[in-house]
Structures are given as C-alpha cells and as structure tokens.
Design a protein around this ligand. Sequence first.
Ligand SMILES: [Zn+2]
Length: 288
Amino acid sequence: MKTLFLLLIATWLMATEVEIEILGSGGPEIDRRASASYLLWIDKKAKLLIDTGSGSMLRFEQSGAKLEDLEAIALTHLHIDHVVDLPSYIKAGYFTSRSKPLPILGPIGNQHFPTTNELIKTLFGEKGAYRYMSDVLTPQSDSFEIMAESIDAPKVLKRHFESFELSIINVNHGIVPALGFRIDVDGRSIVISGDTSNVHGQLERVTKDADLFIAHHAIPEIHGTYANNLHMTPGIIADIANRSNVKKVLLTHRMKRTIGNEDESLKIIRKEYTGEIIFAEDRMKIKL
Ligand SMILES: [Zn+2]
C-alpha cells in the first residue's frame, strides 16, 4: 500500500506541467488589452507562440518567456491584430542566444491575402520592408533562420514537434484564409479557434474532448450579417463546446461589442453548455 502511494506521488511529481498563457485577450481595438496571442508552457518553458497581435511581445517579456525555448510560432491568420508584432520578435531574437531555426506556420493566401511565406518575404526578403535583416531567411543568419510554411488543411493536418503535437484545420473567417489549432501534450489538449464563424463546422474536427476550448468571442448573439460571417456567436460557441464535450471554455478576443455583455453571453452559453466558462484577461495562465 505504502509503495503504491509513493508510486502515485512520484508519478504526480514527474507529470509534465502544461499551461497556456493568454498574452493578448483583445481584438484590434484600442483598449487596455493586447491583441490575440497565446503561449504554451511545458514544464515552465515557453514552447509554442500562437499569434503575435499588437502588444503580444510586451506581454511575452512580462511573462518571462525566452525566445530560445520556442519550438515554433503558429499564426491563425494574417490580420493585423494577429501578426503585427512578428518582426519585433525576430529582431529581439537577434539579441538572444538562440541559434536553432524557428518554424513559422500560418495559412495559405488568396487574392486578398498573401501566403505566410509571402508575408515573411514581404517583411524580410531582399526587397522586403526590413531587408536589412534578410539573412534571417538563410542558414547563415547572424541570429537564427526563420522557416516559414504556408499551410492548407482542408482535412486535419498533424505536425509533431519535440514536446507537443499540433493539429491544424482550415476554418472559415469570411474572405480570410484562417486556421484553427489543437495542441496535444502528454494527455492534455487545448483548442484555439482563431477568428472564425465556423459556418462549415470545421472546428469540430479538432475540438472533441478537449480540456480547454479557447473561443474567440468577438460578437454578441445578435449582430450584423457581415460580422456573423467572420465570428462565432455565443450560441455557436456553446453548441461546439457541448457537442464536443470540452471541459472548459475560455472566451477571448474580447471587443467593445461583447465587453459589458458578459451576463448575456453567459446566459446564452449556459443554455447548452454546463462546463466551466472563463473570460480571458491578458497574462491569465491556465494549468491543464
Ligand atoms: Zn482578430
């Protein structure tokens, strides 16, 4: 009995610690929140940065994360409030001891948006805005090489990294090519919706039994058709959470049209979903 007890304690002590930190809980508006950005922590090391909206890097600095520890950056889509801090991270990386390449994954393009590779070239290519740092696209970089990949995932695509697995799915965000992500680490799972209306139900391909569903809550239940084509209503979030049996929902990408209406959003979500619901704040850290 005593041995079993000690074994249980040892297993508990040795279990991987998985946390997700909300670096930015806001949208594109000017408010006190940073724009969309999330950080996956595994055993106190920051391993994956998802989205780099405005203010993301300041929150990253405040969190004590190190660029050297990152295994990848993943971008849900290329709207300004999800990517604009990216060059700042790459420049800051020059002043760290990081030398290993950094993969940057993001969506493909269309006539309205560049591919992720084109975005990186527009920033750091030889004709790019920050061409003075064009060596970051080569293995000869003074700091580290960045390796962009434009991903089209009509079916769930899996990427294995050293300490986590990423499942990627195309999601609908109006005319914007966009991705949703599921992260799996040692039996724990987190889904990040990104901005999406989920009109074609793509998110459900990655949400099943997730421990945490990070849902972008940019609009109230009744809103204009244009916004409804871009974002999930609270009712849609509730429906996904309920049918996928997710354990917790975290509402983020908070904007003026939903802030102050939390009771109404809760009431709508509660009709269908009985699990825990949390409203995100910058620097909130959730242990899984
Ligand atoms: Zn957004």
